[in-house]
Ligand binder design. Structure first.
Ligand SMILES: [Zn+2]
Length: 198
């Protein structure tokens, strides 16, 4: 236990995903020893990113405008929707250059251990988007791990009465991992070889 503001810093860092108490201490002491301009730059970018970056009002992708670059692009196919967990998955799929439709970012995956159920994700917003019938194919591109599978299974059930083709990425992705870790070729193939989820 440290005192005052040093402990505050460790506490704040420890709340970040994947850091933990040991890592928080290590980062805190790194920052204490770092040059002031370096720390100031980090602090400024943290404030700036919160002030400037918001979520697209259609797909919840990260965006500096009300609509993200993809939703405001008239060349994107409105009939195909790719459902992903996080913004980083949009980046991964865009990198393949295989996908011309739009996205829906759920904001995570179902994980009862972490207290995340469908209500914590943007499932209601997804159902609203689908209600006007524009989308005819929905690709479930959740991560190839337990939480991703649970999410895809849940959504398949939710969507089964809609007049809509629901597909999943083809197998061949590294199981247990994140979509973002798949290389472009593998992910591109998984996308091209997608199969029916029903
Ligand atoms: Zn968008």
């Amino acid at each position: 236990m440290y005192e005052g503001v040093v402990q505050d810093l460790i506490d704040e860092l420890g709340r970040l995903p994947g850091v933990g108490p040991k890592g928080a201490q290590r980062i805190a002491f790194h920052l204490l020893q770092a040059e002031e301009p370096d720390v100031r730059r980090l602090a400024e970018v943290l404030i700036e990113v919160k002030a400037r970056v918001k979520f697209c009002s259609i797909c919840f992708n990260v965006s500096e405008a009300d609509l993200c670059r993809i939703c405001s692009d008239p060349r994107r196919d409105l009939t195909v929707l790719c459902v992903v967990e996080e913004y980083k998955d949009v980046v991964a799929i865009e990198r393949t250059r295989e996908f011309k439709g739009r996205y829906h970012v759920l904001g995570g995956a179902i994980s009862p251990i972490d207290g995340i159920g469908p209500e914590q994700l943007r499932v209601r917003e997804l159902m609203m988007r689908l209600s006007d019938g524009t989308v005819t194919e929905l690709i479930l591109a959740t991560d190839p791990n337990l939480e991703g599978e649970a999410t895809a299974t849940y959504l398949t059930r939710m969507l089964k009465d809609l007049d809509l083709t629901v597909t999943r990425l083809a197998s061949g992705l590294p199981v247990g991992g994140d979509l973002e870790y798949a290389d472009e070729v593998t992910l591109g193939r998984a996308l091209a070889g997608r199969r029916s989820a029903q």
